[in-house]
Design a protein around this ligand. Structure first.
Ligand code: HEM
Length: 358
């Protein structure tokens, strides 16, 4: 069903993607596919013998330690050749952050596999009636798949940036890894704009259906009815669990979008000095005089952290929207869901739609 829907709508879908990529090119300047490969020094020689009465090793040790020299150009930061804080930043990124992300994703996959083994697929208990009702219209479905496909492309290319050197490089070698990563980074930068558009459209289309209400509390109290058969808490168009997913996507998407844009435009969009200023108003004492490099380092950490949390949430969403629940995928495929599915999962919404028809 999903595939035939996708085939039918492939032209409008591609058009939106092309428009987003063009917007990305417009924003970032050019679509430059030429890649300048970094060339390593050969022979192990470093430049030396120009440090007066200091030995070369002392000279380079001081530079590596982050010493500030003097420059006559307006950008005084150019006087620091090596930012020593970068070593700590790299330790956090390649250490704690990467381990956190890996463990989180592995844990989510494991929990879902166990859940599937114990609970199995959540079926339509009254059986499929064969009669359907429209759940999502064309615009809603295009919006869902624009956001979903761009997120998945961003997730894979982003995970490669973080973990590729530990997984792809040892298996396929550094040449394949560097080619995959160079093109993957371009994909990541441009597809980001399609994702931002998807998030904005989702917010506009579904915001009013995701305002929390009293029914959400009783839905949460019985775990959304996911853990036992015969439990179907009343729900409007979206139940409590879906509202949590919606807000995670909107807030997580906004966080990823802003930090991602700050990484594409490091000089035009410093976000951390202002954020820390605000946080200092509630008693913290965070640094507010940050260089562009420090801003970028913080954005990388935040962007990667938000991405890991969001990937973990979306794996859960993909599970429940596909293999985990009978009759759900049709909602974003053909747009039509079985009446019995709607009655079991969204009875208040079904009543509303049927009352409107009368
Ligand atoms: C292959 C991947 C995916 C599948 C199979 C899938 C499946 C579904 C299904 C079946 C629904 C409708 C549920 C209903 O009728 O109540 C839905 C809704 C939704 N999807 Fe996806 N989805 C996927 C990827 C994504 C991604 C990557 C995002 C966002 C980054 C996303 C965000 C949403 C949101 C916000 C909703 C509405 C709230 C909800 O139902 O949870 N989806 N999806």
């Amino acid at each position: 069903m999903t595939w035939s829907y996708l085939r039918k709508n492939i032209s409008s879908f591609s058009l939106v993607l092309v428009l987003c990529i063009s917007a990305g090119i417009g924003f970032t300047g050019s679509f430059d596919l030429s890649i300048n490969w970094a060339s390593a020094q050969t022979g192990g020689h470093v430049p030396g013998s120009f440090s007066g009465n200091q030995s070369d090793s002392e000279f380079w040790r001081a530079i590596k330690g982050g010493v500030n020299g003097r420059v006559s150009i307006p950008d005084k930061q150019a006087g620091q050749l090596v930012q020593a804080d970068g070593d700590n930043w790299r330790l956090v990124k390649n250490g704690a952050l990467s381990i956190f992300g890996g463990v989180l994703i592995f844990a989510v996959v494991l929990i879902l596999a166990l859940f599937y083994l114990i609970r199995g697929k959540i079926e339509v208990e009254s059986g499929m009636s064969g009669n359907t009702i429209e759940r999502f219209n064309g615009l809603e479905r295009v919006t869902h798949w624009l956001t979903a496909s761009s997120f998945i492309a961003l997730a894979f290319t982003g995970l490669n940036i973080l973990y590729g050197k530990f997984i792809i490089m040892p298996i396929f070698g550094s040449e394949i890894f560097s080619t995959v990563t160079s093109y993957g980074k371009l994909v990541h930068n441009y597809i980001g704009f399609a994702f931002i558009l998807g998030i904005v459209m989702m917010f506009i289309l579904w915001f009013r259906h995701n305002i929390p209400n009293r029914a959400d509390l009783s839905c949460l109290a019985v775990g959304g009815g996911m853990f036992s058969k015969g439990v179907h808490p009343p729900a409007k168009r979206f139940n409590a669990g879906q509202k949590l997913i919606f807000w995670a996507v909107i807030l997580g998407g906004a966080s990823l979008s802003v930090s991602g844009l700050a990484l594409i435009f490091p000089f035009e969009m410093p976000i951390w000095a202002g954020t820390f200023n605000l946080m200092n108003m509630v008693g913290l004492s965070l640094p507010t005089n940050l260089t562009a490099l420090q801003e970028t380092q913080l954005s990388v950490l935040w962007h990667s952290f938000s991405a890991m949390v969001m990937i973990a949430i979306i794996i859960g969403h993909i599970y429940i929207g596909s293999v985990g629940m009978e009759g759900a995928i049709e909602a974003v495929g053909s747009g039509q869901v079985d009446i019995n599915w709607a009655r079991e999962h969204h009875n208040l919404w079904l009543d509303e739609v049927e009352n409107k028809k009368i």
